[in-house]
Design a protein around this ligand. Structure first.
Ligand SMILES: Cc1ncc(CN)c(N)n1
Length: 227
């Protein structure tokens, strides 16, 4: 039963973090840029800026996800964690192809784009989480938070009441769809389980990266407004 308690305790911990950081959480998951896609008022320049920067981010996300997989192989007590993470790596292959197709649709020259400061800072943060001394629990918490912010954000644009332009629907469906939602739930389940048996230090570090992800996502969305 202790294990069960662990999972429930981990779930309560995440709910507490979200409540304690509600304002930052809402700024990350209901950002004006995303709300402008949802209400159809987004201008194409902002969308193209976001698209180009996100391509650069996803390129850096690949080694980060590989590092989380390696930590899972070395530290996880649950074999199924590796299977969940492998699913994520497989979908990144398809995601990079999608970015190239979407970029050509919008005349965005992906190889001519330079990362803006918020993107550079976010990628440096991901690099720091790849270090071997960073605990698997801390890394999986960051990974779940990163994926969950996009899933919650873009699912807003798929709601019945949304006015998302047809040409942006594919982008919103990529991260807002139910399948990605279930994947984020699986990542949250892993995170809860690991938090349930984590030391006080690891719990504190995990909360720290949760907040740092929220801050990074807000700055990332802000980039769509230009430097
Ligand atoms: C900035 C950011 N955060 C999250 C995701 C979803 N992997 C993304 N593509 N870009």
């Amino acid at each position: 039963m202790e294990e069960r308690g662990g999972q429930r305790e981990g779930a309560r911990m995440i709910d507490t973090w979200i409540n304690n950081h509600r304002q930052m959480y809402d700024r990350a998951t209901r950002h004006p840029f995303v709300l402008s896609i949802r209400d159809g008022s987004v201008d194409s320049l902002s969308f193209k800026r976001w698209l180009g920067q996100d391509y650069i981010f996803v390129r850096q996300f690949v080694p980060f996800l590989a590092s989380v997989l390696l930590k899972a192989c070395r530290e996880s007590e649950e074999q199924s964690d590796v299977e969940v993470l492998l699913g994520g790596i497989a979908s990144l292959h398809d995601e990079l192809s999608w970015f190239k197709k979407e970029a050509s649709k919008w005349d965005v020259m992906l190889n001519a784009i330079t990362p803006q400061k918020a993107n550079q800072d976010y990628c440096r943060f991901l690099e720091s989480l790849m270090l071997p001394e960073v605990d698997y629990t801390v890394a999986i918490t960051a990974f779940w938070a990163i994926e969950s912010v996009y899933q919650k954000s873009f699912s807003l644009c798929l709601e019945a009441s949304s006015n998302t332009p047809a040409e942006l629907m594919e982008t919103c469906q990529r991260w807002g769809n139910d399948g990605f939602g279930q994947y984020c739930c699986a990542l949250r389940g892993i995170t809860e389980r690991r938090l349930g048996t984590a030391s006080e230090d690891v719990m504190m570090m995990a909360e720290g990266v949760f907040v740092r992800v929220l801050e990074s996502e807000v700055r990332f969305w802000d980039m769509s407004y230009g430097e």
